[in-house]
Design a protein around this ligand. Structure first.
Ligand SMILES: *[C@@H]1O[C@H](CO)[C@@H](O)[C@H](O)[C@H]1NC(C)=O
Ligand SMILES: *[C@@H]1O[C@H](CO)[C@@H](O)[C@H](O)[C@H]1NC(C)=O
Ligand SMILES: *[C@@H]1O[C@H](CO)[C@@H](O)[C@H](O)[C@H]1NC(C)=O
Ligand SMILES: *[C@@H]1O[C@H](CO)[C@@H](O)[C@H](O)[C@H]1NC(C)=O
Length: 266
């Protein structure tokens, strides 16, 4: 194997689970307006899965908050959907949402240290504040609109001033175990996952503060949530314009999973 192809293999392994087709042209977000609130998002939408994730940001590029909206189908009430602040699964701040089966959306912040295990719930200065007017769930579909406060930070994977970022999404139809808890166990995103390019400059809107004021009280995490590990988040790479994190093959920290599912060296 030539040194060049060896390098490509290594960087593919570094990119992680969210990128199956790193060479393909990334999906771009496009403008989408929520009918219930009038919030204007830049939204990634997957036509095959019907998964959507939209973001609205302040025109103040130092503001660390964004409004997010997850929309995705459920299978008999089961499944979960989520996003990553970068194109990687391992390291950055992740969020997932699902139904508790009783008419409520449960959500939590996660951080993955490998691609195989349920990513543990994490806590930090970031908070989720649901926007009830644009949140609903039934047996076949979930819509979750929320203010993600203090979620934009280079140490979490995406800095507030970034104009365009590669982000990740994931969708599962499998039941979350212990779904009433924000620490519910997430199985593999069997319905789909991937990267998309978020037009964050286009997501900035002068109405942001008005929309953010719709948000309710912060969601409280489960007692066992661990502090977010900035060291494992690939801190320093800041923006997420490119996925490879230089040429360090250790893959965004964490790196202590004895038998990794990636093809590393042999
Ligand atoms: C479930 O919610 C979706 C989205 O709001 C809606 O289109 C669908 O009709 C609802 N299904 C039922 C059975 O109410
Ligand atoms: C990446 O590789 C280049 C060329 O081999 C080297 O000069 C540089 O120090 C490496 N950077 C990192 C972060 O390892
Ligand atoms: C590469 O990864 C190792 C192990 O995580 C880390 O100690 C080192 O600082 C990294 N180097 C660069 C240039 O990122
Ligand atoms: C290694 O793989 C085995 C078999 O899949 C699994 O039981 C074990 O937990 C894995 N170990 C680590 C450290 O991931």
């Amino acid at each position: 194997m030539s040194p060049l192809s060896r390098t490509s293999v290594t960087s593919l392994a570094t990119i992680g689970l969210f990128s199956i087709f790193p060479a393909a042209v990334l999906s771009q977000t496009s403008a989408f307006t929520d009918q219930a609130t009038g919030i204007q998002f830049q939204r990634f939408f997957g036509a095959r899965t019907n998964f959507g994730f939209g973001m609205a940001l302040s025109t103040d590029t130092t503001s660390k908050s964004f409004i997010g909206q997850l929309t995705f189908p459920l299978s008999n009430g089961n499944g979960w959907g989520g996003w990553s602040l970068t194109g990687d699964m391992e390291g950055p701040l992740l969020m997932a949402a699902w139904s508790d089966g009783k008419g409520n959306v449960i959500s939590s912040f996660r951080q993955a240290f490998n691609e195989d295990d349920n990513p543990p719930e994490v806590a930090g200065t970031f908070t989720l504040r649901p926007i009830a007017e644009a949140t609903s769930v039934n047996n076949t579909f979930l819509t979750y609109t929320f203010l993600c406060e203090n979620c934009l930070d280079a140490g979490l994977g995406l800095a507030p001033e970034v104009q365009s970022a590669e982000m990740g999404w994931a969708l599962a139809s499998r039941a979350v175990r212990n779904p009433a808890s924000s620490a519910g166990v997430l199985d593999f995103h069997n319905s789909g996952f991937g990267d998309f390019k978020a037009n964050l400059a286009g997501a900035r809107n002068a109405e942001f503060d008005k929309w953010a004021a719709l948000a309710g009280a912060p969601v409280t995490g489960a007692a066992g949530a661990k502090p977010f590990d900035v060291g494992a988040a690939g801190a320093g790479s800041g923006g997420s314009d490119d996925e490879g994190d230089g040429n360090n093959s250790s893959g965004g920290g964490g790196g202590d999973a004895g038998n990794d599912s990636d093809s590393d060296d042999d």
